[in-house]
Ligand binder design. Structure first.
Ligand code: CA
Length: 242
């Protein structure tokens, strides 16, 4: 397995509130979290989510776990962030998206809240595995606006689910069977707002792993870079992961 990642503050935001984890040194988690909330609270929320999931995964190392288990990790992380937000006025209302994969032999668990994304590239096709929990995605699903209109909609930043903003959270989770050569791309909306999935696919197919993150982030910056940009790419390389 090979993994590459990059995060960038972008051109407009004063700080980078995204966090990420990569599965290295025996770790099994690839994660992107996109924090929100004033006074750097977004940065705190996304880092708390990443740390909490990293810790839960560490404790589970070597065990086969179920979808239910990864959902319980997300609920625990949610409670911790919600509690921290309630204890400190400057962190009130902080929250974060959370999208992660937990790799096991031959399969991976995917858990997701918010509008960060996980794509799978398999046999020359790209699939968006996560459904955005955002207002514009809801409007598109209901047929009220077109995907084209969603791209420039004034409310495109509003997410309908987040970690830390309520004492409970609805979590999307699935168990995926891996196939040799599967590539996963996780990203925050600072990337997916600028590059559609066809462009992501052609770049991942065309660029070597060493250059892909630079290329993707570079394009998002060229097109405005109005948000923090984070990408994690996992090449399962046919080994189908230990
Ligand atoms: Ca963002």
């Amino acid at each position: 397995m090979k993994v590459v990642a990059k995060t960038h503050c972008g051109k407009v935001r004063p700080i980078n509130e995204d966090s990420f984890l990569v599965p290295e040194n025996g770790g099994r988690v690839a994660l992107v979290a996109d924090g929100m909330g004033g006074h750097q609270a977004g940065e705190v929320a996304s880092a708390m989510a990443a740390n909490a999931i990293g810790q839960s995964a560490k404790k589970a190392a070597g065990r086969e776990i179920s979808v239910k288990t990864v959902v319980s990790w997300v609920r625990q992380a949610n409670k911790a962030i919600y509690k921290a937000a309630g204890e400190d006025l400057s962190r009130s209302g902080m929250g974060t998206t959370l999208t992660f994969l937990y790799f096991m032999r031959g399969h991976a668990m995917l858990a997701h809240v918010g509008d960060s994304r996980c794509y799978l590239i398999r046999k020359g096709e790209i699939y968006q595995l996560t459904k955005d929990h955002s207002l514009v995605a809801e409007l598109v699903r209901r047929g009220e606006i077109t995907p084209e209109q969603a791209k420039t909609h004034p409310y495109r930043n509003i997410i309908t689910r987040a970690l830390g903003t309520d004492d409970s959270v609805a979590v999307d989770a699935q168990d995926l069977d891996l196939e040799p050569g599967d590539i996963f791309l996780l990203c925050s909306d600072g990337l997916s707002n600028y590059l559609d999935k066809e462009e992501l696919l052609s770049l991942v197919m065309e660029k070597p792993a060493e250059e892909i993150c630079e290329e993707l982030v570079g394009r998002a910056l060229e097109r405005g870079g109005r948000d923090n940009i984070t990408v994690v790419v996992v090449y399962t390389d046919g080994e189908v992961v230990t």
